[in-house]
Structure formats: C-alpha cells, structure tokens
Ligand binder design. Structure first.
Ligand SMILES: NC(=O)c1ccc[n+]([C@@H]2O[C@H](COP(=O)([O-])OP(=O)(O)OC[C@H]3O[C@@H](n4cnc5c(N)ncnc54)[C@H](OP(=O)(O)O)[C@@H]3O)[C@@H](O)[C@H]2O)c1
Length: 289
C-alpha cells in the first residue's frame, strides 16, 4: 500500500485528498454530517464540527475526542451573523477554508393541506437560508485563496418531487438550482460546487417515526459523498436505486407520472390510516411505463 494512503473498510485504498485540509461541516453533530466529519478526520483533515445546540456539540466532542484535529462550535446557521462568525473564526485560527459542507437541515413530510406558515418558515430558514449564508460568507474567502469546495446537501427530493414533501422540495430544489448555477459561474475561479442528493439515510431525521426499509447507514452515505467530492462531481445522487430512478424519470416522463401517482396514493393512504408512508417505493421501479 502506498505511503499515506489509508485502507478503507473493504480494504480499498483511499487517497489523501483531504489530508491537512481545513473543513467545516454544519449539522456535523448528527447523522450524515457527523459521519462526513468523522470520515474527514480519519483522512487527516482539520474539521469544524457544527451543531446548533450546545448539548449536541458537547456530545460530539466526547465521541470524537480521539481526533486531535476536531474542533467544535455551536452555530445556528439560520442566523447570518453566526455563520459569518463561524467562517471568520475558522480562517483566523486555521488560516484558510478548503471545504464547507452546508449540510444542516430538517426533513418535512406532511400533508400539504395541513401545512402552517411556521412550518414553511422553519424549513426555508434552515434548509435554504442556512445554505445561502454559508455560501455568501465562504465564497470571498475561497476566491481570495483561489481555491475551495462548497458541498451543499440537497436531497433526492431536490431533483424529483415526492408527494407530501411540498415544503422540503421547495427548499431542496432551491439548493440544487443555486448550487448548479454557482458551479458553472465559479469554475474558472477554481472554486468547486457540489450538490449532494441522498435518498433515505438512517439518521435522527426520522426520530419519532419508523426508519424506511431502504435507508442506508450514515457512514456508508459519508463514504459515497466523499468519494464524489474527491472527484469534484457536480451532482452526487445515492444510493444506486435513487440514481437509476432519477435517470429513468428523465428518459421516460410518462413512467415518472405513473410512479408518482402511485407514490401519492400510498402516502395519502398512509396519512388516512395513521401510519405515515415515509419510504421511497423502489418496488415500483419494476413497473412498466
Ligand atoms: N437522512 C436522510 O434520509 C436524508 C435524505 C436526504 C437529504 N438529507 C439531508 O441531509 C442533511 C443532514 O440530515 P441528517 O439526516 O443527517 O439529519 P440529523 O441526523 O437530524 O442531523 C441534523 C443536524 O443539523 C443540525 N442542525 C439543526 N438545526 C440547525 C441549525 N439551525 N444550525 C446549525 N445546525 C443545525 C443538528 O444539530 P443540533 O441538533 O445541534 O441543532 C444536527 O447536527 C439535511 O440537510 C437533510 O435534509 C437527509
């Protein structure tokens, strides 16, 4: 094995792309963000692990105590000044910012007729404004450096529109769109933008509900994300069935409509029976268009 190349869980050789890099991971105290932060730490990066609650930050500090390059801060990404402070502190302590993972977010699957304006505001503040603030304050730093990579977490619900995910789709489609536009605009400046589109990942986002059967573990999600980030991919869609589903929808809009109407039927029946249907009906992929 080449020197400096750590072995992955299946014995594969991982590059040292992230070694000695400076990264911020928002929503780094739980789920996908926590797994991304830990994987970056394993690969030698300095990582600012961010949560909004001091309690979750303290918990992450204990569980990541083995990593001497882990740093922690409680930052509410819905507050512009706090995001500015997070980036200023990182640059003043570490001299630069190589990777910003705008990952903090909340899920929202809810019958649209029962949505409140508070629910809309809560999701837009976190899932969209949180990302906007991150980009706004990180971009000047990265432009001055002449390099940097911003990774925005969208969702499969940011490229297809599952029924009863009206608010979530509104925020995640916005994240996908802004990230793609930024990717092209700043390509020649040496700044990379990536959109991450997971389908279900087993995390606290499903707290109080049942984790869908197709959900993958957060550490598997983190390895897929970092593999795509390393390759500077524009759109990272996973797991494989979600990517295939997206590609099939693009190729066959009539199939997409049939699939989505059946998806809506299952979701509506779920609400009516009191057992919400939160999964992705991957079995429908066998259906003929
Ligand atoms: N899990 C999935 O199936 C799935 C699928 C597609 C997309 N995603 C997206 O992936 C991202 C991570 O989701 P997850 O499932 O890993 O969620 P999670 O386990 O619930 O973690 C959410 C993280 O966000 C932080 N957070 C919440 N509000 C915040 C705020 N105002 N400011 C800063 N941090 C805040 C939380 O820390 P505190 O508790 O300290 O606030 C926590 O670290 C989200 O953007 C989500 O939409 C998830």
């Amino acid at each position: 094995m080449p020197w400096g190349m750590p072995a992955g869980p299946e014995g594969e050789i991982m590059s040292d792309t992230f070694a000695d890099k400076i990264a911020i991971v928002t929503g780094g105290t739980s789920g996908i963000g926590y797994a991304v932060a830990e994987e970056l730490l394993k690969r030698g990066a300095t990582v600012w692990v961010i949560g909004s609650r001091q309690e979750s930050v303290d918990k992450a500090k204990i569980s990541l105590a083995a990593y001497r390059k882990a740093k922690f801060a409680a930052v509410d990404v819905t507050v512009a000044d706090q995001v500015k402070g997070m980036i200023d502190t990182c640059v003043s302590e570490d001299g630069r910012l190589d990777y910003l993972f705008n990952n903090a977010g909340i899920g929202m699957t809810h019958p649209s007729r029962h949505l409140t304006l508070e629910m809309w505001r809560k999701a837009i503040d976190l899932n969209l404004w949180g990302v906007v603030y991150g980009v706004h304050y990180a971009l000047p730093v990265m432009l001055a450096q002449g390099s940097g990579h911003i990774v925005n977490t969208s969702s499969v619900a940011g490229i297809i529109a599952p029924p009863a995910q009206t608010v979530y789709c509104a925020t995640k489609y916005a994240v996908t769109g802004m990230t793609e536009a930024l990717r092209y605009e700043f390509f020649e400046d040496g700044i990379t933008f990536t959109t991450v589109c997971p389908a279900n990942v087993a995390t606290a986002i499903f707290a109080g509900t049942t984790i869908p059967k197709e959900a993958i573990p957060a550490d598997e999600a983190a390895r897929i994300i970092l593999s795509g980030v390393e390759k500077k991919e524009g759109l990272i869609i996973f797991p494989e069935f979600a990517k295939k589903m997206y590609e099939r929808f693009l190729a066959d809009p009539a199939f997409e409509e049939k699939f989505m109407l059946e998806y809506a039927r299952r979701r509506n029946a779920g609400w009516a029976s009191g057992v919400p249907y939160l999964g992705v009906p991957d079995d429908l992929l066998d259906m003929q268009g």
